[in-house]
Design a protein around this ligand. Structure first.
Ligand code: ADP
Length: 206
């Protein structure tokens, strides 16, 4: 539980509201939360979706696990407590981006169901779309683009999800992408269709 330290603080409202920003952008703010094992394809799919949205004239932004750990969360490791704080901060940042009207795509293993559920609760109904990028661990460890599975299996990395740390599968994600059987492009199409159905972006003009 995060201890509240600040006192005597007041929420300030600006003159421009979320609806104004959304009207300007021609889209609705949303967080597309990709969760899954390392190398399941979250980042690859996230950046492909971001590009596809940009091509359709939409503002999207990827919050990526490793990138965030270079800056905002550089003081956090991979213990259960630090993972919880990592996701809590990302959740708050994603909420701000969503309020800014952006299609916010997050790419974090986010292995604990409770942490993901807390982010969902933080957001207004419909603002949080949970997407499980499902891929068997043996396929992930074969892909191993960063050589992390090799290191984890050799005992060089502690707390590596899927090898020596748990991953809690989502119960009711809005979408499951089977990245071992569908291509990156197919995954992006599934996500675009989901955003259209949710009313976040309009269907493309004929
Ligand atoms: P994560 O962000 O989940 O750790 P990455 O996107 O960094 O995963 O790495 C996934 C790797 O798997 C990349 O090298 C990507 O090219 C490859 N890959 C193969 N097939 C797929 C697919 N269908 N979807 C996503 N990535 C795939």
């Amino acid at each position: 539980m995060t201890k509240v330290q600040a006192t005597n603080i007041t929420w300030h409202h600006g003159h421009v509201c979320r609806e104004d920003r959304e009207k300007l952008l021609g889209q609705k703010g949303v967080t597309v939360w990709l969760t899954g094992l390392s190398a399941s394809g979250k980042s690859t799919i996230a950046y492909t979706l971001e590009h596809a949205l940009m091509e359709r004239g939409h503002l999207a932004y990827v919050l990526d696990g490793d990138n965030i750990r270079h800056g905002l969360n550089k003081n956090l490791g991979f213990s259960p407590e630090d993972r919880e704080e990592n996701i809590r901060r990302i959740g708050e940042v994603a909420k701000l981006f969503t309020d800014a009207g952006a299609i916010t795509i997050t790419s974090f293993i986010s292995p604990y169901k409770g942490d993901r559920d807390k982010v969902r609760e933080l957001m207004a109904p419909g603002d949080f779309i949970e997407v499980y990028v499902e891929c068997p661990v043996d396929v992930c460890s074969e892909r191993d683009p960063k050589g992390l599975y090799k290191k984890a299996m050799a005992g060089e990395i502690k707390n590596f999800t899927g090898v020596n740390a748990p991953y809690e599968t989502p119960d009711k994600p809005e979408l499951v992408i089977h990245s071992d059987t569908c291509s990156v492009q197919e995954a992006a199409v599934q996500l675009l269709e989901l955003l259209e159905k949710a009313g976040k972006i309009p269907a493309p003009k004929e």
